[in-house]
Design a protein around this ligand. Structure first.
Ligand SMILES: Cc1cc2nc3c(=O)[nH]c(=O)nc-3n(C[C@H](O)[C@H](O)[C@H](O)COP(=O)(O)O)c2cc1C
Length: 390
């Protein structure tokens, strides 16, 4: 079983992630991990925090001589901003701690602030938002880079692109090579494969900046080179579409998920939606008329690209704050404002890639097993032979 955990507060010392179950012998490049962390920080619409942090992973266990050794992997990512919070969030109580806190008593609608404060019995939402913050996804992206490293050994790649920012939408499918080109860019605007649409997306973010508002959108994660047969139809919790949906909706601010062209499909007739089946006798393989199912049928991969979309709500912290109530006085008050992003759709796409890569790596290892990469490869090749002879 491949499993991971993360710990760390947004303004604490560091983020920590552990990953257990990756076979020994998977090549790991710190440069590649750090490139993924960099990609998560990009995009037009990010707040001041991203200017402070230049995320770097420190791998402190489980990788030696650039390869996994089969034991749990532990990763640290330090928060540069911690230096401004040593007195506000000390591990041990300090003299005059009360005056040094940075309390949040006016909960932000749409954030974890109010429900978390009530549930954990704090009259200051600080401890809640410190963990609810999407800063945590930095650790997920580092783990996702490990999952991607495993998948890459089997020719599987996971990328993303932005389909919508606010009401501006890409109205055509993106091709795989376009997402590849996007991922190599050293300047990221809004992560859309179409420059003209991206320019219109930027206008929406500019409007949000001008008006003290925020904006959401839709990203699409694409997994390429995935074999037939990951996941299974046999039980609710083995269906890979369900597991991917959970992984995507577990991301902060993601409120909806779409597998393939689900929304379009729901508004169409069946004859227009299902991907027809053909057989190519010369190449001895089954072909499909389209990929509207997003590479998943019956909870299993069908050999086509996996397409999973995440629908992001607009960021909850507004420079022009919304109506709230003070937790102490119970009087009406404007919600707290803390330096914040205005739009994060391309970054969410990168996090979505990590989540999809982790779920695929889990399903892959469930099917092919292996304590070492060589063993996983032998098992995989045996299966490919079976598929070829089908
Ligand atoms: C990449 C990314 C960055 C985010 N940045 C912020 C931010 O700067 N300010 C904010 O209020 N919310 C931000 N969010 C969203 C909140 O973390 C999220 O809305 C909050 O934790 C409540 O969870 P929920 O929206 O999933 O219910 C971000 C989300 C993502 C994916």
């Amino acid at each position: 079983m491949l499993r991971f955990e993360t710990a760390g507060e947004s303004h604490g010392e560091c983020l920590v992630a552990t990953l257990t179950g990756l076979p020994a012998g998977v090549p790991i490049s710190l440069e590649t991990v750090n490139r993924e962390l960099w990609r998560r920080q990009q995009g037009y619409g990010r707040g001041g925090r991203m200017k402070i942090e230049t995320d770097r992973a420190e791998i402190v266990a489980g990788v030696r001589h650039s390869h996994t050794i089969g034991s749990p992997i532990a990763i640290l990512i330090r928060n540069k901003d911690w230096q401004n919070w040593t007195e506000a969030l000390p591990v041990e109580d300090i003299d005059g701690a009360e005056d040094k806190r940075k309390p949040v008593t006016r909960p932000r609608p749409g954030h974890a602030d109010l429900a978390g404060a009530i549930k954990y019995n704090f009259h200051d939402a600080r401890y809640i938002l410190e963990r609810a913050s999407a800063r945590e996804t930095t650790a997920r992206v580092a783990i996702g880079a490990m999952a991607k490293a495993l998948l890459a050994e089997f020719g599987i790649q996971v990328l993303s692109h932005v389909i919508a920012v606010g009401s501006v939408r890409l109205e055509r499918p993106a091709i795989w090579e376009e997402s590849g080109e996007l991922s190599r860019r050293d300047e990221v605007l809004l992560g859309c494969v179409d420059h003209a649409v991206e320019a219109r997306m930027k206008e929406v973010v500019d409007e949000a900046y001008r008006t003290g508002d925020t904006v959401g959108g839709v990203f699409e994660v694409v997994a390429h080179g995935v074999p037939v047969g990951l996941g299974s139809h046999i039980a609710w919790d083995t269906r890979l579409d369900g597991r991917l949906a959970q992984a995507i909706v577990s991301m902060q601010a993601v409120k909806g998920v779409e597998v393939g062209f689900a929304a379009e499909g729901a508004a169409s007739f069946g004859s227009k939606v299902q991907d027809t089946i053909q057989y190519d006798r010369e190449r001895h393989r089954f072909e499909r008329g389209a990929n509207r199912a997003g590479g998943l049928e019956g909870g299993m991969t069908n050999g086509q690209d996996i397409l999973v979309r995440g629908l992001l709500k607009p960021i909850s912290t507004l420079r022009r704050p919304l109506e709230s109530v003070d937790l102490e006085t119970r009087e009406p008050a404007l919600a707290a404002y803390e330096r914040s992003d205005v739009a994060v759709v391309p970054a969410a796409g990168v996090i979505g890639e990590a989540m999809v890569a982790i779920v695929l790596a889990q399903a892959f290892l469930e099917k092919f097993g292996g304590d070492s990469l060589a063993e996983t490869q032998r098992n995989y090749e045996g299966y490919l032979q079976q598929v070829k002879n089908f």
